[in-house]
Design a protein around this ligand. Structure first.
Ligand SMILES: [Zn+2]
Length: 205
């Protein structure tokens, strides 16, 4: 389910129960971070968000949450939202549904009240959606930075975001080791540019 930096409208229309973008006329965007928390970059992300007074949503992995409880604690204490991104990042297209749902359920034992879910790799079948949508709002994205991709330059990641945002955009970045160099460059610039253009940041769903 990866395209360019912008998820095509047609594709969004094929999966109307998933949230691709928030409906709003206000200049507001939703920053999201997948695959953390990690010691390499999540503290930097949190420091940056704190510095600019921006709230974001972290789609954490269960296996990372149990490794870094102190960072997880910081995410909640600093007012950010947390979503379920599964325990161990199974691929919805190649994992049997029973195993897939079990992995997501395992995450839930850490934070039972979470109502947000983002499928690992963005890969999910309609029958998996049908099961999960009873308990979760399934959050996709309309703007992908490609920060996790080795051959994408830091500058390109920055422009992938700022060239594609619209009112209500859901932007996906990754607070994992692979993205750490890119984020250190791009995250402050993304926030500054969007603020200059009059955008506010929301973590309310
Ligand atoms: Zn992921």
């Amino acid at each position: 389910m990866f395209f360019g930096a912008k998820t095509p409208k047609l594709f969004q229309a094929l999966f109307p129960t998933l949230v691709w973008k928030n409906a709003t006329n206000e200049k507001k965007v939703w920053l999201t971070f997948d695959d953390g928390p990690t010691a390499e970059i999540t503290p930097f992300v949190l420091d940056t968000l704190l510095f600019y007074n921006v709230k974001a949503t972290f789609f954490c992995l269960g296996k990372q949450m149990v490794k870094h409880p102190e960072i997880l604690q910081r995410i909640t204490a600093e007012g950010h939202s947390i979503g379920n991104h599964s325990y161990s990042h199974p691929n919805g297209f190649t994992t049997c549904t029973k195993k897939y749902l079990k992995d997501i359920e395992k995450w839930r034992q850490i934070i039972p009240e979470t109502k947000l879910f983002r499928p690992p790799f963005g890969k999910i079948f309609p029958w998996q959606i049908a099961k999960l949508k009873k308990e979760y709002k399934i959050i996709m994205w309309d703007v992908l930075a490609w920060d996790f991709k080795k051959n994408t330059s830091k500058e390109k990641c920055y422009s992938n975001v700022v060239d594609n945002v619209q009112n209500g955009s859901i932007i996906v970045l990754h607070d994992n080791e692979k993205s750490s160099e890119t984020l250190q460059f791009a995250l402050p610039k993304i926030i500054e540019t969007l603020k200059e253009r009059g955008f506010a940041f929301s973590a309310t769903w």
